[in-house]
Design a protein around this ligand. Structure first.
Ligand SMILES: Cc1ncc(COP(=O)(O)O)c(C=O)c1O
Length: 452
């Protein structure tokens, strides 16, 4: 038997040693945000033999043209191994300005209206740091992608939550667009301290696609109260059943009159190459907006990460060049991906129902939430801490006993609202055929166990 060497023991005890300081170690801006519920679910998904339908990443290859673009970026021009322009590799900012300029009907300067970031995460963080000050209020529409709250707090701001609410009775098969904002409640959240409203359409985790009327309501309130909008549109290509993604940046609460400012002047539109080209590991994202807002994001970016990896940017530039040529045609990946994901969505909806999970049909994104009210009434006492929301206990039970990973939806709600939304779990359907079949197999076994 090999005993650990003296050297190993010394190094090991060094690793276990914890620094204690008379001063507070961590910066105060981390207070209240140092617990992340995702960590536990990622760990559990690895610890048990599971089919992972939790995290939002494709488990299939990006399209061939994207893979080739990356290979070319790595093996081609040696200068792609070096620094590039801070705010974005010029061919990428150029094509993003041209592509989104057409979509948003807005003349764009690649140097002034586009910033390339480390994923959409990077764009969001840069925006919060650049625009939110101590005491500023940030309205977050929940359920919400879970980084908006800590990013607001790290910048010194105060998150103010307003919930979308389901209009269909509990347990009945509905769709994500049944979840609506109450216009009076939304209006009541605006105060003289409100600086920003964060919008996410199509929404994660619901899959709701905001309608023009809803966007006009939001736009109207932003205009009235002089508030900026951060519009997270990373799932913009993933819309189904004839629904249309609309960018709030093109909304004007009044008839478009050139002399009146519309939402473009107060909106940052955020996108992700990871979501657009099924390549989440590339971590290329962007923020698009008017120069007088973007210049503050550039200050943060310049003084934090400076710029994003050149080769990944070069590959994304090529992907957009290709998409621009194919846009609107059957060969466009932005058409092919939603077509394929609609089939996955329908497959998953059918399968989940077979064990009594009640999926809500999402109009967009690659997530769906399923109502677990029936389980809550039939097996209310699942193991877990007394104050732990039911959906978290259910998700852990499902991992351990059924080998399926989903994410409890209460983590997408602020603490005071979690108890009202503790009977849903989120499934991700941007998955390979083999993964969906593995899911079916687990559900088949579950169905057998349900039989009396
Ligand atoms: C709504 C939303 N915004 C932003 C992101 C982050 O995107 P990226 O991977 O490009 O950083 C995600 C990732 O899941 C998301 O769901």
């Amino acid at each position: 038997m090999n005993l650990p060497s003296v050297e190993y023991k010394a190094n090991h005890s060094q690793l276990l040693r914890t620094l204690t300081m008379a001063k507070q170690l961590q910066a105060r801006r981390l207070d209240g945000i140092d617990h992340n519920p995702w960590v536990e679910f990622v760990r559990l998904s690895k610890e048990y033999d599971t089919v992972n339908l939790g995290q939002g990443f494709p488990d299939f290859s990006p399209p061939d043209f994207a893979v080739q673009a990356f290979q070319q970026a790595v093996s081609g021009d040696f200068m792609l191994n070096q620094y590039t322009t801070a705010f974005g590799y010029p061919p990428l900012t150029k094509i993003l300005a041209s592509f989104f300029g057409k979509l948003l009907g807005q003349e764009m300067d690649p140097l002034k209206n586009v910033l390339v970031t480390v994923g959409a995460y990077g764009a969001l963080f840069t925006a919060f740091q650049a625009l939110v000050d101590e005491g500023d209020e940030v309205i977050i529409i929940e359920p919400a992608f879970d980084c908006y709250e800590p990013m607001t707090m790290m910048a010194g701001g105060r998150p103010v939550f307003v919930s979308l609410k389901p209009s269909a009775p509990k347990g009945q098969l509905g769709c994500s667009n049944d979840w609506q904002l109450d216009p009076t409640e939304l209006a009541s959240k605006f105060t003289p301290h409100t600086k920003i409203l964060v919008l996410n359409t199509p929404n994660n985790p619901l899959g709701k696609v905001f309608s023009k009327t809803e966007l006009e309501l939001v736009a109207d309130l932003c205009q009235k109260h002089d508030v900026l909008c951060i519009s997270d549109e990373v799932y913009q290509w993933l819309v189904y059943d004839g629904h249309q993604h609309i960018s709030i940046g093109i909304c004007s609460p009044w008839p478009r009159v050139a002399s009146l400012p519309g939402m473009w002047d107060r909106t940052l539109t955020i996108g992700s190459a990871g979501k657009s080209f099924s390549a989440t590991g590339w971590k290329v994202g962007w923020a698009i907006g008017p120069d007088n807002i973007m210049k503050h994001l550039r200050t943060v970016h310049q003084n934090s990460i400076f710029h994003c990896p050149t080769q990944a940017q070069a590959a994304v530039a090529q992907c957009f060049e290709r998409e621009q040529q194919h846009f609107g045609q059957p060969s466009s990946y932005f058409l092919q991906l939603p077509q394929a994901m609609r089939l996955n969505r329908d497959h998953m909806v059918r399968s989940l129902q077979s064990v009594g999970l009640q999926p809500l049909i999402p109009q967009g994104s690659y997530f769906l939430i399923a109502d677990i009210s029936d389980f809550k009434s039939k097996m209310p006492d699942l193991p877990g801490a007394a104050d732990e929301p039911y959906d978290r206990r259910f998700a852990k039970w499902m991992i351990k006993n059924k080998g399926l990973v989903a994410i409890p939806v209460s983590i997408f709600f602020s603490r005071p609202h979690q108890k009202d939304f503790d009977h849903y779990v989120r499934f991700c359907f941007v998955k390979d055929e083999a993964t969906l079949q593995a899911m079916d197999e687990r559900l088949r076994k579950w169905r057998v166990e349900l039989q009396p």
